[in-house]
Design a protein around this ligand. Structure first.
Ligand SMILES: Nc1nc2c(ncn2[C@@H]2O[C@H](COP(=O)(O)OP(=O)(O)OP(=O)(O)O)[C@@H](O)[C@H]2O)c(=O)[nH]1
Ligand SMILES: [Mg+2]
Length: 569
């Protein structure tokens, strides 16, 4: 029967030229993964377009493969090379024809996503064809004389000497084939053709820049075969969890136009750059900055000769990635704890001013930073310089109480670790900040955190007031608090805040924004573009990332994660 017949083959797999496994079968009792042999075949034969007799050996395995260029499929069968399976060539042909016939419609609607979503339920057809192939080969071998080498007996005997993975010898009781296989069938599970499961889809790496050999991806991940010629193919791993295909898929799809023997001009790249720009904007990178980033990528590529699709795709990707990393890499490190200690040694408080537009999370993140400083053994004075918005002072008082209850004075020599300096509403914020700093100096507070009222960047009087507060008090650090939710607005906010600070500076070295607190990072999914916009505009680092509404939701920026989120389709 087909099940017994399955004994002869180690595996059979059908995958797209993009590397998506459509269907696969693993022979009964085969414990070795066939990942290694298939990857070896892809790397050393298929990708290098080495044709020939369509067979390949890898360790103890013989692999035969067949390419279907019309539907861009690859059929691979593997069996112990010690077996001389005369029916294999015809068998692959049969499988190919059958598979094509049966799934013609599905295969015609190309597109990786379609392939991935499709359930190629090919098990029964496969078993039937395998049975037929074995039967006819048996008939033929009975008709002609076999050499001992060709006989199944010799095959079985030799196979029995091959150790399986567990170190156990394959059972070989000798005798007739049927008996033999039955026995094997008893001690191992009956062959279960494995089809790509919904949650664990198999994807072969068909080249590209990554060195990943084999990936088991979750259901949200899919492999996009973007363009394929037999020697240049790229499998790009794309996260579809955002339910949005396109993006980079589309962009890299367009790269094929750039392959050629002449050097790249700006014109050649125009459409690709436009796609890339759209992609970045979709990730919330401000439009202007997206354009500038694409410009820098274009500059890196101009004049290069792109011999293959793989080179062009990985070069564009690399160029963009480098630019993004460069932007996020702080030119200057802000090390608040070190700076606070230095101020301590000078017997003065370290002063941080928080500014930004309304409702972005200034006060909340100020409280989180207080908590972090307290945890690090410092004392904090909060200066309530939002004398404008109703409830602003009470909001800070609530935080002060809560923080003191988390770190009760009795644990700190009877002294509250955090105190609020407030003068109610309507007063001049700059004056209160000054008094607070003087108070902190007298009372030996380590840090003063100055909360300011939210203000729109276009509100000239309020912007002037903020600039004055900063100019007269000369804080050690001016942190701009901005929401990760913003897109184009980020640029306008930062440009105008910096402009106001510069305009009202009283020194020739104006105090500008020194760092950024990027808030509500927990709410943006993978639209992390604001991180790029803000650092690009200011050239200043993101000092803190707010990731929620509790005191613990404060992080430092993970630049690598941001870049990879930006690169993701
Ligand atoms: N999810 C989330 N919410 C945040 C985060 N930071 C602040 N918030 C929320 O944003 C809202 C506004 O926070 P505030 O701290 O009052 O903002 P503000 O900038 O001080 O506001 P104004 O003083 O009115 O300008 C509050 O509901 C906060 O809980 C964050 O990182 N993640
Ligand atoms: Mg506030």
């Amino acid at each position: 029967c087909g099940i017994r017949g399955g004994k002869m083959l180690d595996f059979f797999t059908i995958f797209s030229k993009g590397g998506i496994v459509l269907w696969c079968f693993q022979g009964a009792g085969v414990t070795e993964s066939f990942t290694g042999p298939v990857n070896a075949l892809i790397r050393s034969v298929i990708l290098q377009e080495r044709s020939g007799n369509n067979s390949y050996t890898h360790e103890a395995l013989s692999l035969k493969y067949k390419l279907d260029n019309e539907f861009e499929l690859i059929f691979v069968v593997g069996f112990q090379k010690i077996l001389t399976l005369t029916y294999v060539d015809k068998f692959i042909d049969d499988i190919q024809l059958h598979f094509r016939d049966r799934y013609k419609n599905d295969l015609e609607q190309k597109g990786a996503l379609k392939l991935i979503q499709n359930n190629f339920d090919f098990d029964d057809d496969f078993k039937m064809l395998l049975r037929e192939a074995e039967e006819s080969s048996k008939a033929r071998s009975h008709a002609t004389m076999r050499t001992f080498k060709e006989s199944e007996k010799s095959q079985k005997t030799v196979k029995s000497m091959i150790e399986t993975k567990g170190g156990e010898k394959v059972k070989e009781p000798g005798g007739k084939k049927n008996k033999n296989t039955k026995k094997e069938g008893n001690h191992s599970k009956s062959p279960k053709p494995q089809k790509p499961k919904e949650k664990q889809m198999r994807v072969w790496d068909m080249g590209g820049s990554s060195t990943k050999e084999y990936a088991i991806v979750t259901k949200n991940l899919a492999c996009l075969a973007l363009r394929f010629t037999m020697n240049h193919c790229l499998a790009l791993f794309v996260d579809f969890s955002s339910k949005k295909a396109g993006g980079f898929g589309g962009m890299f799809g367009m790269l094929k136009g750039l392959v050629g023997s002449k050097s790249l001009t700006r014109e050649d790249m125009e459409s690709v750059l436009e796609k890339m720009r759209e992609h970045l904007i979709a990730k919330n990178v401000a439009a202007d900055i997206s354009s500038q980033l694409c410009d820098s990528v274009a500059k890196k590529l101009e004049g290069k000769v792109m011999g293959t699709f793989t080179t062009v795709a990985s070069t564009v990707k690399q160029a963009l990635q480098d630019s993004l990393v460069q932007i996020l890499q702080p030119k200057r490190r802000v090390d608040i704890l070190r700076d606070v200690m230095e101020a301590q040694s000078q017997r003065r408080p370290f002063v941080i001013t928080f500014c930004g537009v309304n409702g972005v999370g200034k006060s909340t993140n100020l409280a989180k930073i207080s908590f972090w400083l307290i945890e690090n053994g410092f004392t904090v004075l909060i200066a309530a310089c939002d004398t404008f918005r109703a409830g602003a002072v009470e909001q800070l008082r609530t935080h002060q109480r809560r923080l003191n209850s988390l770190h009760p004075p009795q644990q700190h020599g009877g002294r509250p670790v955090v105190q609020l300096y407030e003068k109610g509403y309507g007063k001049d914020a700059a004056g209160i900040a000054m008094e607070a700093i003087a108070y902190a100096r007298n009372q030996a507070f380590d840090v003063v955190l100055v909360d300011t009222a939210g203000r729109m960047q276009d509100n000239a009087p309020l912007m002037t007031a903020l600039a004055k507060l900063i100019a007269v008090n000369m804080p050690d650090l001016v942190l701009f608090v901005g929401e990760a939710l913003v897109g184009n607005e980020a640029v306008d906010q930062l440009v105008k805040f910096n402009q106001a600070l510069a305009d009202h500076s009283m020194s020739d070295k104006p105090r500008l924004i020194d760092g950024i607190v990027l808030t509500k990072f927990d709410t943006i999914d993978d639209k992390v573009g604001a991180a790029i916009s803000m650092t690009y505009i200011t050239g200043q680092p993101i000092v803190f990332v707010g990731t929620g509404q509790t005191y613990n939701d404060l992080r430092s920026l993970n630049a690598r994660a941001v870049v990879s989120a930006l690169m993701k389709a």
